[in-house]
Write a protein that binds this ligand. Structure first.
Ligand code: SAM
Length: 351
């Protein structure tokens, strides 16, 4: 039986907040970089119709199949690709999907993956230690657990899992391997940590660390976010939902840095960085789910939504002004910045 038939549906997190943060408009062009079950994508398409277009990306081929079925009614306005979002920019150029009005990242795993048979993401179901989002990739969690040195394992579990018992866990893994299944690993960690931590399952952090390492999640996120900023058209929105502090830190740092005109170290007498803001923060504070959402969908409890809007840098401003009209025309018409921005907005919406 296929995973599609077995797994319960994924409930999209912070859905209303996402649509608002993306500022979804009729006829807009949107990218869902983490298509999953197509929950967010369906609502983006609903709000952008008529005329809206969606490029849906997921590294998991199973997600593309599931979302494809869910979004069938919009097949004329969607393009779904089995791709890693680290190749976001190349994909936009390849499919001529530019400029973009909104880009969404809803990070982590879908319920379909977490509950799916044989994927090895959950410490509550016995399965081979796999954890690959894309089954075509070579590196698996089993390879990491069974071949990395004790020092490498301790470092990985500490860095990607923020696990304070990383050394003890790594030592026990090195002593007891080969470790082949999720339950074998989870029970072994339980024996190491015991009941010292009660709020979450003792294997939670180690499983998070392995999943991040197998899929190079943090590296890919950092690269893709930078590409996303450059793909957004004027006033386009970048929205990211993250589920743990390591992801959120990357998102927060990028958005904060890109929303500043100067990123010189503090105490510099004059600016030498030459940096100009390419983003404006939409919300000063991070958005989290309401208690009622958490009650309906407990998986949403750790979600954090951050959103930023593309502004044009001074350089880009001049290039666009040059493209739109000659400086003599600007002078002759007495156009000021607001008029130019209005023209720019019209050009962008018509693109
Ligand atoms: C939380 S789910 C998204 C759920 C989706 N928003 C919905 O409403 O159904 C995250 C999805 O992102 C995908 N994903 C994670 N990292 C990825 C990457 N680097 N490139 C492409 N897809 C990725 C996962 O395979 C998973 O399907």
């Amino acid at each position: 039986m296929s995973q599609t038939m077995l797994a319960p549906a994924h409930i999209p997190v912070l859905i209303e907040e996402t649509i608002k943060a993306l500022n979804v408009q009729f006829g807009g062009r949107y990218i869902d970089c983490t298509l999953g079950g197509g929950g967010h994508a369906a609502v983006i398409l609903e709000h952008s119709s008529p005329g809206g277009q969606l490029l849906g990306i997921d590294t998991d081929p199973e997600a593309i199949k599931i979302a494809g079925a869910r979004l069938e009614a919009y097949s004329g306005s969607t393009l779904l690709i089995n791709e890693n979002f680290v190749n976001l920019q190349a994909s936009c150029y390849k499919y001529d999907f530019l400029p973009v009005h909104g880009i969404l990242f809803d990070l982590g795993l879908s319920s379909l993956q977490l509950n799916g048979n044989g994927r090895g993401f959950s410490f509550q179901r016995d399965a081979p230690l796999d954890m690959r989002l894309n089954p075509n990739q070579k590196l698996t969690a089993a390879e990491i657990v069974n071949t990395y040195s004790e020092t490498e394992l301790a470092h990985l579990i500490k860095t990607y899992g923020e696990e304070s018992y990383s050394r003890q866990i790594a030592r026990r893994i090195a002593r007891e391997r080969p470790i082949k299944t999720t339950l074998q690993l989870a029970q072994m960690i339980e024996r190491v940590i015991g009941s010292k931590r009660s709020r979450i399952h003792p294997a939670t952090r180690t499983f998070q660390a392995l999943r991040i390492a197998v899929n190079q999640e943090l590296e890919h996120l950092g690269i893709a976010l930078k590409q996303a900023v450059n793909l957004l058209g004027f006033e386009g929105r970048l929205v990211v939902i993250s589920y743990h502090s390591l992801e959120d830190r990357i998102v927060k740092q990028l958005m904060q840095q890109e929303s500043k005109d100067c990123i010189c170290p503090p105490g510099m007498p004059t600016c030498i960085c030459g940096h100009t803001a390419s983003l404006r923060l939409v919300n000063k504070r991070v958005i989290t789910p309401s208690p009622s959402e958490v009650e309906i969908n407990p998986r949403s409890r750790s979600a954090k939504l951050r959103a930023a809007e593309r502004v044009i840098t001074e350089d880009e401003h001049y290039k666009i002004v040059e493209k739109l009209c000659s400086s003599t025309e600007i002078e002759a018409n007495g156009w000021k910045r607001p008029t130019l921005l209005k023209k720019l907005r019209q050009t962008f919406l018509a693109a």
